[in-house]
Design a protein around this ligand. Structure first.
Ligand code: HEC
Length: 137
């Protein structure tokens, strides 16, 4: 009997701990941070910074779709709801100052629709969007 209570308590403690660190922050740490870094600074020379940059894509046509269709997002090993949550988390954490006033959070349905169509010419699409962002200043 006592053994069972201890097991139950341990299980409850584990689920509380998981709730504290789970969700998008944990998904980012496990699936994205290796390349994009904890502080969103990226890996100079190979992975772009998200911090101070990612929110700007939402200010130009096609940018909203790009943030889903980019391979790191479209092919993330997360379901549509978790992918929407991690993208919204990234935007709040690293792009909050750049979000357009009419920004509405990504929904799982939107992720599901667009991730079926990942980009094949990422570099060109990204360059065109960055040009549009620069021109819109
Ligand atoms: C293997 C390294 C790697 C991993 C892991 C990775 N990314 Fe990326 N990410 C990149 C690179 C490189 C780019 C630039 C576009 C490209 O070449 O794919 C990018 C671009 C992006 C962009 C668009 C920003 C921009 O400036 O182009 C977003 C948003 C993004 N990643 C989110 C994520 C999320 C969310 C995850 C985790 C689910 C993730 N990435 C995992 C390497 C990675």
């Amino acid at each position: 009997m006592r053994g069972a209570a201890v097991v139950l308590l341990a299980a409850a403690a584990a689920s509380v701990a998981a709730a504290d660190v789970g969700g998008p922050a944990l998904d980012y740490a496990l699936n994205c941070q290796g390349c994009h870094r904890a502080d969103g600074a990226g890996t100079p020379g190979s992975v772009p910074a998200l911090a101070g940059s990612v929110g700007k894509f939402l200010r130009v046509p096609g940018g909203r779709e790009y943030l889903i269709r980019v391979p790191g997002v479209a092919q993330a090993p997360l379901d549509d709801a978790a992918t929407a949550a991690v993208l919204n988390w990234i935007l709040a954490r690293f792009g909050n100052d750049d979000l357009p006033a009419d920004f509405s959070p990504y929904t799982p349905a939107e992720i599901g629709r667009l991730r079926r169509d990942p980009l094949t010419d990422v570099e060109r699409v990204r360059r065109d969007l960055l040009d549009a962002i620069a021109r819109s200043k």
